[in-house]
Ligand binder design. Sequence first.
Ligand SMILES: [Cu+2]
Length: 292
Amino acid sequence: MIPRALPRRRALILALVGAAALLLALAPVASADWFSPESGGSPNANDIDTLYKIVMYIGIVIFFLVEGLLLYSVIKFRRRRYGAEPAMVHGNTPLEVGWTIGAALIVAIIAAITFIYLPRIKNPPNSSANGLQQFAGEEFASVEQPKPPNGKALRINVVGQQYIWRYDYIGAQRLTENRPVYAYYQMVVPTNTTVVLQINSSDVAHSWWIPKLGGKQDAIPGHNNYTWFKISKPGVYKGQCAELCGNNHADMLAEVRAIPPDQFKAWLVSQRQAILQSQQALAAQRKAGEGQ
Ligand SMILES: [Cu+2]
């Protein structure tokens, strides 16, 4: 309650200063990705974050406008002790028409901004000149798959299974003499290269999500979903399965490690060798078993 001695104008100023202080206090939290989606890893994640913030800031302004007006009216037009009954107002057509049109206009503005951002979030851009240049299978299999304008992207098939992620480097086989390369848990990718993910599942529904690299994408058995990212900063980007998929869902972690294209090529070769070695070890084991 505001003390009776406090002039109303001062109370209003106090309320406005309080609201401004609250907004300032929340600002660093917002930039620390507490209030808005994580960003900084890939252009689509940045665009999702920007779009979210635009809508959020419009929402914050409207919230304080409506709540401020409400508080102001409650205080200013309250019934005072020994005073007369305040005026009873029933409807105001110009005002009502005004805020109906105003609200519709705000929705239209938000929709227009959203449709400007959506294609940039959905469609993969080209790989940069300093990205990986050798790609296999540049023709894209499905019409629903987003395609970078020049078709140059590294394709990786992502398979969710209880409780691990598997990555098949279907688009990098030109670099490994057409021999398959795959990895689990950690996806190694080249920087400055558009990476198009084809996501599915071998058992139940999972959800692929590395927050700094863009939106979630469901991993559904028998169906392909697509997403992409393009990382310019080398580093490790962490995430985890975002769909409750069973008892050990919490252990279904994932990470993407971005390294320069030359290092990526070297990694592909060493990964191919590690796969080959384990196959040979298995063959040797079988032969040893036969000999017994
Ligand atoms: Cu899960």
